[in-house]
Unconditional design. Structure first.
Length: 369
């Protein structure tokens, strides 16, 4: 089997699921019975063209031992979904008749490959935790699902073998149009992102990346050294892996991820403040270098307010620290890692031999594991 995990988008990280997603309960057998009675099962005898696409996709991914069933339901909308039955039938894919009637075989290969990607990357193993509304967790959940889609799109591209066909599949999915109404000039579609209002989108909840960004992320991936190595191209790729990551993150954080980034920054700043204040006052009287450290990193006014609270009520400092520590635990791993690195650099340069280093080591273990 090919190591498909190399294609996974870097932010599609199982560690991010903790506290947000749980292992899904498998009630898939009832769902399969419903499909058997209300949809058409794809077979070589009845639907040879669809069956041929699936066979080629599995061969392309070296997944010949997978037990896959595909069903077509009567739906004019452009829909596809999947679920797993475990060991009996690894994967069941449902595609709408509207999708099948609209897409070419290469485009259909992209859609089927995309669904296989969800299965392979373990996205089907998790379900959302039932909980009270929490804005930070909602933003993080949106980020997780969007990362899933970017990963799955890459498997779709590998199966399609054509960026053009993959992009057309995305365009057809979002528009519902067929070839009669779509030209081959898809570059205009990629420029659609330029007219988006980022500030409005930043506060919206999306489980999928907005389509222009999704198309652009896939286009960038097709130009990356990761894709070139996978497809055996012997020339140098336009984008290194680091450049690919940076450009996709920039687009995500400029739109649907913008609010998460801003909220994460606020939480990190507040947590750092109360971590340092708590660490300093736990070591008895504040020293002058500790006060200067706080003033340099958080400003004179903020430092005065925090130290005034510490003098009046030390338990309030502990409460503030614990409040923001709990919020930090829910931040994406990317932001937690950056926070720890920034704190380490600040401490090493200003309080290298100070007792706060001991607190910081304990913090690192609890935050990053």
């Amino acid at each position: 089997m090919l190591n498909l995990d190399k294609l996974r988008w870097i932010d599609d990280n199982i560690d991010e699921y903790q506290g947000i997603l749980v292992r899904a309960e498998n009630n898939a057998y009832a769902h399969r019975m419903h499909l058997l009675s209300n949809s058409l099962k794809v077979t070589e005898e009845i639907t040879p063209r669809i069956s041929s696409v699936i066979k080629k996709v599995l061969q392309h991914l070296s997944l010949l031992d997978i037990e896959l069933e595909c069903y077509v339901n009567n739906d004019s909308d452009m829909n596809a979904s999947c679920f797993s039955l475990g060991n009996d039938v690894n994967l069941i894919i449902i595609i709408s008749s509207g999708l099948v009637n609209t897409m070419t075989q290469d485009e259909l290969a992209f859609v089927i490959g995309h669904e296989i990607g969800h299965y392979f990357f373990g996205h089907l193993d998790y379900a959302e935790v039932k909980r009270e509304k929490n804005a930070l967790l909602d933003m993080k959940l949106s980020r997780i699902y969007q990362s899933h889609e970017i990963s799955a799109d890459r498997i779709g591209l590998i199966c399609s073998g054509s960026l053009e066909s993959s992009l057309r599949a995305i365009v057809k999915t979002v528009s519902g149009l067929n070839d009669e109404f779509i030209t081959h000039n898809l570059h205009t579609y990629l420029h659609q992102i330029q007219s988006l209002n980022y500030d409005d989108l930043a506060h919206a909840y999306y489980t999928h990346p907005i389509f222009p960004i999704r198309a652009k992320a896939l286009t960038l991936f097709s130009m990356s050294e990761v894709y070139y190595l996978w497809t055996g191209k012997d020339k140098q790729a336009p984008l290194t892996e680091d450049s690919l990551i940076a450009r996709i993150r920039k687009d995500l954080e400029s739109t649907t991820m913008k609010n998460l980034k801003e909220e994460s920054k606020h939480i990190v700043e507040k947590f750092q403040l109360w971590f340092y204040v708590k660490s300093f006052i736990d070591n008895n009287e504040l020293e002058q270098d500790e006060i200067l450290f706080l003033e340099k990193n958080f400003g004179v006014d903020t430092t005065k307010k925090a130290l005034r609270l510490a003098k009046e009520n030390t338990s309030s400092v502990t409460k503030k620290y614990e409040e923001f520590r709990n919020q930090v635990h829910h931040l994406p791993l990317q932001y937690k890692s950056l926070m720890v690195n920034d704190m380490k650099n600040a401490l090493d340069s200003m309080l290298e031999s100070h007792n706060v280093q001991r607190y910081f080591k304990n913090l690192t273990k609890s935050i990053l594991g």
